[in-house]
Design a protein around this ligand. Structure first.
Ligand SMILES: Nc1nc2c(ncn2[C@@H]2O[C@H](COP(=O)(O)OP(=O)(O)OP(=O)(O)O)[C@@H](O)[C@H]2O)c(=O)[nH]1
Length: 596
């Protein structure tokens, strides 16, 4: 155990995490140059079929340091804020972290948020400035930023180029010398922390864990503490370039277990594995059920395809346990699902996967966060869908989720960012200069304000010179109203939105204008109205017109005429009939396309 080191690499996006991991694997001959190439060329699906995604989960490196053999387990962490819970669990499986900072970019928002997670897990931090080979490298300035941030000595900071390999041997040396060996009792009952899992269509779910105490043997009956389920350990082993089966995995080590589980829901990141016959009395600290943050409806474009969509959702959930869904019916869109996502990125990924892997064309409705309504009778109602909002006369108060947002930028953009964030109901909590050219702003803001387009606005307001990260903090009282959209007097439930009352008029007006652009003219006049309760707050009108697609063909050619009419019919399939109005698919997402 004294010759084991468990570590991870934390960095802002594109600061060179994968490249450094490649170099570490190459220099320790964990992967030969030839395999390295082959791996890079492997596509994701193939990688998944084989049950290996070497660099994205964990890999064991054998390294000889001053004549002594060491086992280094590199645990990878997901990059995006939507998955920050998984990052924190991966960090909990390590004793140390390489904090990688791009010499041309300096410290960015994710550098800091990941660093805080690492410090929270008591990890030994090894700061590394990467990309020193680049012309724009500002080594001294970035050094100052790091010293300011973590309070280390200048000589503790390593300089490297993951591209050329310069400084990588020193990184290996620092991993061995600075990161402590794991502690734990090999004779105690098994206690292992699940930090990741992957779905393999042949073998079921492969669970990755770090053993804190005891050991796990092939054939053991193990128990997952949070679910209480027991399984036989069909195979256990360590993670090399491929899965490397072993009769036993011991204290301090990182390994995998295959038990034939087919449903991702049974495996929870952060859960503890123990032995059914001799359970460890304690769970590993810090387990949380991951809660979805953003909700939206997903409906088939064609109502007849509902059963097929249900099938696809079931399959998708088998390998993405963080996706939640339940049946939703909409007058406008028929049967579909109200889905919960970890964040907007997660929502995009799910939509993409439904389209690419399952060949489904879906309509996604306006996303919203989860509100809590308290009725005057003292009931607490969770509102994940505008339709679930109780009648205003019954509501005592409503709470909405808040986040803490952290933005790092250049001082010249402070003004723009202030205007943007205060306009989004943000409260400035802290402003501090990391160096003279880099400032960190911390705001508390309602989550609902950043769901739609906050990040795009931030980028445009700062010409890309801002990095952003956020974490949920709490729920606060808020004046939320349900706004409905009516087309010729018919309420379109799929276009309803939950919105802060101060925003409603402006939002209603813009949404009506946008819908006017998106709805095709029809043979009759269409009134578009936004209303809160019975009160109409905005209105637009589309005048009547018969769109004669055959007008272009002067007389004669009947076959051409027929073709055009056919085409028009095709186009209609992507429309939904609401009352007497036809609504194209993109109108349901109009809210995401509103400009200022
Ligand atoms: N010049 C130079 N380029 C580097 C170095 N390290 C990484 N890069 C380049 O920087 C880009 C980002 O590197 P990645 O290793 O993909 O970064 P990452 O942190 O893994 O990025 P994500 O996976 O998106 O989080 C790539 O184009 C690399 O080739 C370096 O030391 N020098």
């Amino acid at each position: 155990m004294k010759n084991i080191r468990n570590f991870c690499i934390i960095a802002h996006i594109d600061h060179g995490k994968s490249t450094l991991a490649d170099r570490l694997l190459e220099m320790t001959n964990t992967i030969s140059q030839r395999d390295m190439q082959a791996q890079v060329l492997d596509d994701m699906d193939l990688e998944r079929e084989k049950g290996i995604t070497i660099k994205s989960h964990a890999i064991q490196i054998n390294h000889t340091h001053k004549g002594e053999k060491f086992v280094l387990n590199l645990i990878d962490t997901p990059g995006h804020v939507d998955f920050s819970y998984e990052v924190s669990r991966a960090l909990a499986a390590c004793e140390g972290a390489l904090l990688l900072v791009d010499a041309t970019q300096g410290i960015q928002a994710q550098t800091i948020s990941n660093l805080y997670l690492a410090i929270g897990n008591d990890l030994e931090i090894i700061p590394v400035i990467n990309k020193i080979d680049m012309d724009g490298a500002m080594v001294d300035e970035v050094k100052d930023q790091i010293i300011e941030l973590i309070g280390c000595k200048p000589e503790d900071i390593l300089l490297a180029s993951a591209r050329t390999g310069v400084g990588v041997p020193e990184i290996l040396e620092a991993i061995v010398e600075r990161i402590p060996a794991p502690e734990g009792n090999p004779d105690a009952p098994l206690q292992a922390l699940i930090f990741d899992s992957v779905f393999n269509s042949f073998r079921g779910i492969i669970v990755y864990y770090r053993i804190l105490n005891g050991s796990i043997k092939k054939g053991d009956i193990v128990q997952f503490v949070s679910t209480g389920q027991s399984y036989g350990a069909d195979e256990v082993g360590i993670l090399k370039l491929t899965l490397d089966p072993k009769p036993e995995v011991r204290t301090g080590d990182v390994g995998y277990i295959i038990t034939g589980i087919k449903n991702a829901k049974e495996v929870k990141v952060g859960d503890t594995i123990t032995l059914a016959s001799n359970p460890h009395p304690e769970m590993v600290q810090g387990f949380e059920e991951v809660k979805p943050m953003v909700f939206a409806g997903i409906f088939p474009v064609n109502t007849d395809d509902f059963e097929e969509l249900r099938d696809c959702m079931d399959k998708l959930q088998l390998n993405d346990a963080s996706l939640t869904y339940e049946l939703e019916t909409s007058q406008a869109l028929g049967f579909g699902f109200r889905c919960g996502f970890l964040g907007m990125l997660h929502m995009e990924i799910i939509q993409e996967r439904l389209e690419r892997e399952f060949n489904q064309t879906v309509i996604t409705t306006v996303p919203n966060v989860s509100f809590v309504a308290y009725t005057s009778k003292g009931e607490e109602i969770i509102v994940n869908n505008p339709a679930e909002m109780p009648d205003p006369t019954r509501i005592d108060r409503i709470e909405e989720p808040y986040i803490r947002a952290q933005i790092i930028t250049k001082p010249e953009y402070i003004g723009n960012i202030m205007t943007l964030c205060l306009g989004k109901r943000g409260i400035l909590i802290n402003q501090s200069y990391l160096t003279t050219t880099r400032v960190e702003l911390v705001f508390e803001m309602p989550l609902t304000e950043i769901v739609f387009d906050f990040y795009d606005k931030l980028k445009s307001q700062t010409r890309g010179y801002a990095s952003f990260d956020y974490h949920p903090i709490d729920r606060r009282d808020s004046d939320i109203a349900k706004m409905d959209i009516l087309l010729n007097g018919d309420k379109v439930d799929a276009l309803s939105a939950l919105i802060h009352r101060s925003r409603a008029n402006d939002f209603g007006r813009k949404l009506c204008e946008k819908l006017k652009e998106l709805l095709p003219r029809q043979q009759f006049q269409i009134a578009i109205q936004a209303a809160i309760g019975a009160k109409v707050i905005a209105r637009e009108t589309i005048s009547a017109l018969r769109k004669d697609v055959t007008a272009k063909c002067y007389g004669g050619d009947i076959s051409r005429k027929r073709k055009l009419l056919e085409k028009q019919k095709e186009g209609k399939k992507r429309m939904r009939q609401i009352g007497n109005v036809e609504v194209p698919q993109e109108a349901f997402l109009a809210v995401l396309k509103l400009d200022d």
